[in-house]
Design a protein around this ligand. Sequence first.
Ligand code: MG
Length: 235
Amino acid sequence: MSKIVLFDLDDTILDFHKCEKAALTQTLKALDVPVTEQNITLYSKINDSMWKKLERGELTRQQVLTNRFEEFFNQIGICRDSLKTKTLYEQSLSRQCYFVEGALPLLKHLYKKYDLYIISNGTAHVQDGRIAAAKIAKYFKDIFISDKIGKNKPSKEFFIYCAEHITNFDPKDAIIVGDSPSSDILGGINAGITTCRYNPQNAENLSGIIPDYQISRLSDLPKILERHFKNGGEK
Ligand SMILES: [Mg+2]
């Protein structure tokens, strides 16, 4: 039976913060809004907190995608059309594909040994664009984007959908690899799938959501997978 690795995309394979910064810089320039570290950090903080609300079911995807710009312009006291901003930003973001350190060699190595899948909470056309720009689709058996499924990580329904679309899926043969406790690790716990958190800064985990494994470098993942699956997938 093939062993399965379910990879989160943002900040696990692709460096979301670099991509976000590049896209936001282009967008703000086009709208004649000052591009400062302060503005980029503020936007990033607003965006992050809105996605957390989506994970908790407090906002819809459409609300996140426009409210984040409304909130940003409110806070900096500049008036711009948030729908137009959303369009410009998504167009730019869908072309950004900076890799997390070690991600590409890792995929090239792992896809020969395991069945790899992407599980992402992103926006479909943006993630499709970035995956195409990064030329990584060939390493994955399938790509699950929550926007297309209509359910988000960490909900059990998201993972039920994935399981139903992977032939002979058995949770014991799978592991989730991702950077987010509230999305990837909680999702794994909800779905009964082993988890490995990628935590490059060794950030303190205040969430109370504990992964089965943790790595700070992607290059440490192959050893963990080998050991885990050698033990028959027991945690
Ligand atoms: Mg992530």
